[in-house]
Design a protein around this ligand. Structure first.
Ligand code: XMP
Length: 507
C-alpha cells in the first residue's frame, strides 16, 4: 500500500482518491511514529499542511524514515519538511504564491515520464526553500521557486499540488510515483473487494446474528446489501421512522429493498415520540441533541427486544472512510465529525461487536459498490439527508402540520428536478419551512400563510458549496405547484447563498 501522512492539508483526501482511482490501495494516517510503517508500505506521501516547519511544535517525523529505503513524495509542507530534516533551509516568502504557475522540467526523471517540458501546476504556499537539503537537486522549477527536487534515494518533493485538477499533469506525476518509483501493482479492484468482504464477514460472524440500523441513505443501504450478500439469513435491519423523514419514506424504503430479496427489516414507528420530545423547542442545536438522543434510545430499545428474542452478537454500521479519517491529521481534527451519522452511545448491557465493511471506502467507491451489488439508482444516487432530518428544516418549533407541509413541498421540488433531468446534476436539494407567515392573494381572497425556501447546491465535499443555477422556468413551475398544491404555503423563495457564508442547511 501507499501511506499518506496527513499534515493537515485540505487536499489529503484528494491525494488518497487519486491513488485509489489508479486501483492502488492507500491509507491516510496522522500517526508519525515510524514503528508502524511495515513492509506492506511501498511508498510514503507527506501531505501539505498549514504549519511552518521552523515553528516550535510544527508536526514532523523521525528522520529515520529516510533510512527505510521506501520511496517518499513530499507535497508542499511535505517538501519543506523533507528539506528541513535534511539540513536545508525553509523560509517565509515575502508573498504567498497562490494560483497557477508554469512548471519547467529540468531533467529526464521517471517522475515526469510522458509529461511535456512546460506545463501548468497549482501553487499554494507561504514558505519556500532557500537552500536544498543535503543530497537533493532541483529537477523542475517555476519562475519563482524550486518547484521539484529529488535525491538519489527515491525521495521526491514538490512545491505545487499535483493532486488538484488545476495541475495539468499532476495525476500523471502521481501515477509515475506510484507505479514507476514505488513499483506498485494494481490491487484495489471492486470485484475483488466484494469477494474479499463477503469472505471476511462470513469468517467473522460464524453464523451469529448481525443487527444493522438502516436509514434509507446510501451508506447504510450499501452496507446492508453487502452483508446481505454474505450472510442473508443472519442479518436483521432496523428502520426507525422518526416522522422527520421525507414523504412516504418508510413505504419507499420498503419497496426499494424488496429488490434485495431476503433483506429482513423491522420497521419501528416512533413518529409520536419524536414530535412529543420536540414540543416547544426552538434552538437548532437543542433539537439536534434531542433527535440524536431519542434515536439512540429507540434503536437501543428495539435492539434489546430483538436480543431477548435471539442472541445478536454484532452491530453493523455504514461508516465510510471520510468518517474514519476526519479526525486523524497530525495537527488534530480539521473539523468535527457529525455524531448522528452512526448509532453511538450503546449502553453497557447492550454490547455488540462492531462490523464496518465500508470503512475503507470513499463515497464514490461506496456508490460504485452499491451498483455492483445490484442496488437501484434510486438508492445509490440519492442526495445526502441529514441525520436530524426535517427536524432542522422546520425552522424553530417542529409541529406535525409544518412537517406535513414541508414533506409535500419537498416532494414537488424533487419530483420536478428529476423530471427535468437535474437531480443528478445538483449535489443536494431540499425545502425549508420558515416560521413566518406572509400575505398573499388567491382567487380574489386574501391569504395569510407560510413561506418555504428552496435550496439547491453544488459541491464536491459539502465543506463549501455554491447555489445551483437552476433554470427560471423550473423555479417557476416548482413555485406554482407548491402554492397551488400545498395548502398552507403561499410564498416560495429561492436561496442564493453560498457556503460560506450560509451552511447548506438553514439550521
Ligand atoms: P451544513 O448545513 O453543515 O451541511 O453545511 C453539510 C452537510 O451535512 C448535512 N448535515 C447533517 N448531517 N447530521 C447529519 O447527519 C446533522 O446534524 C447535519 N447537519 C447538516 C447536510 O445535509 C449537508 O449534506
Amino acid at each position: 500500500k501507499i501511506l499518506i501522512i496527513d499534515y493537515g492539508s485540505q487536499y489529503s483526501q484528494l491525494i488518497a482518491r487519486r491513488i485509489r482511482e489508479l486501483e492502488v490501495y492507500c491509507e491516510i494516517t496522522g500517526d508519525t511514529s515510524i514503528e508502524n510503517i511495515d513492509e506492506s508500505v511501498k511508498g510514503i506521501i507527506f501531505s501539505g499542511g498549514p504549519a511552518s516547519v521552523y515553528e516550535k511544535d510544527a508536526p514532523s517525523i523521525d528522520k529515520k524514515v529516510f533510512d527505510l529505503n521506501i520511496p517518499i513524495l513530499g507535497i508542499c509542507y511535505g517538501m519543506q519538511l523533507i528539506t528541513h530534516l535534511n539540513e536545508g533551509t525553509v523560509e517565509k516568502s515575502d508573498k504567498r504564491e497562490f494560483g497557477p504557475a508554469v512548471l519547467e522540467i529540468l531533467e529526464d526523471n521517471i517522475l515526469f515520464d510522458s509529461i511535456p517540458k512546460n506545463t501548468n501546476v497549482w501553487m499554494s504556499h507561504g514558505d519556500h526553500i532557500t537552500k536544498m537539503g543535503k543530497g537533493f537537486r532541483k529537477i523542475a522549477g517555476t519562475s519563482s521557486s524550486n518547484a521539484a527536487i529529488a535525491n538519489d534515494n527515491n525521495v521526491y518533493a514538490l512545491q505545487f499540488h499535483p493532486e488538484v485538477s488545476h495541475s495539468e499533469y499532476g495525476m500523471k506525476m502521481i501515477e509515475n510515483f506510484v507505479f514507476k518509483v514505488c513499483k506498485m501493482e494494481k490491487n484495489w479492484i471492486m470485484k475483488d473487494f466484494i469477494e474479499e468482504k463477503v469472505k471476511e464477514i462470513k469468517e467473522k460472524t460464524k453464523g451469529e446474528k448481525v443487527l444493522l440500523g438502516l436509514s434509507g441513505g446510501v451508506d447504510s443501504s450499501v452496507a446492508a446489501a453487502l452483508i446481505n450478500k454474505a450472510i442473508s439469513k443472519d442479518l436483521v435491519c432496523v428502520f426507525v421512522d422518526t416522522g422527520l423523514l421525507r414523504k412516504d419514506e418508510a413505504k419507499k424504503v420498503k419497496k426499494q429493498y424488496e429488490e434485495l430479496n431476503g433483506l429482513n427489516i423491522v420497521y419501528v414507528d416512533a413518529k409520536k415520540r419524536f414530535l412529543d420530545k420536540l414540543k416547544g423547542v426552538k434552538d437548532p442545536e437543542a433539537k439536534r441533541k434531542i433527535i440524536g438522543r431519542e434515536f439512540i434510545e429507540v434503536f437501543n430499545e428495539e435492539a434489546k427486544k430483538l436480543k431477548e428474542d435471539k442472541e445478536i452478537k454484532f452491530l453493523a454500521q455504514g461508516t465510510i472512510y471520510p468518517d474514519v479519517i476526519e479526525s486523524v491529521s497530525v495537527k488534530g481534527p480539521s473539523h468535527t465529525i457529525k455524531s448522528h451519522h452512526n448509532v453511538g452511545g450503546l449502553p453497557e448491557d447492550l454490547k455488540f461487536e462492531i462490523i464496518e465493511p465500508l470503512r475503507e471506502l470513499f463515497k464514490d467507491e461506496v456508490r460504485k459498490l452499491g451498483y455492483r451489488l445490484g442496488l437501484s439508482k434510486e438508492i445509490v444516487g440519492r442526495h445526502p439527508f441529514p441525520g436530524p432530518g426535517l427536524g432542522i428544516r422546520v425552522i424553530e418549533e417542529v409541529t406535525e402540520e409544518k412537517v406535513r407541509l414541508l414533506q409535500e413541498a419537498d416532494e414537488i421540488f424533487i419530483e420536478e428536478l428529476i423530471k427535468n433531468d437535474l437531480y443528478d446534476k445538483v449535489s443536494q436539494a431540499f425545502v425549508t419551512i420558515l416560521p413566518v407567515k406572509t400575505v398573499g392573494v388567491m382567487g380574489d381572497v386574501r391569504t395569510y400563510e407560510y413561506v418555504v425556501s428552496l435550496r439547491s447546491v453544488n459541491t464536491i465535499d459539502f465543506m463549501t458549496a455554491k447555489w445551483s443555477r437552476l433554470p427560471y422556468e423550473l423555479l417557476e413551475t416548482v413555485a406554482t405547484r407548491i402554492t397551488n398544491e400545498v395548502r398552507g404555503v403561499n410564498r416560495v423563495v429561492y436561496d442564493i447563498t453560498s457556503k460560506p457564508s450560509g451552511t447548506i442547511e438553514w439550521e
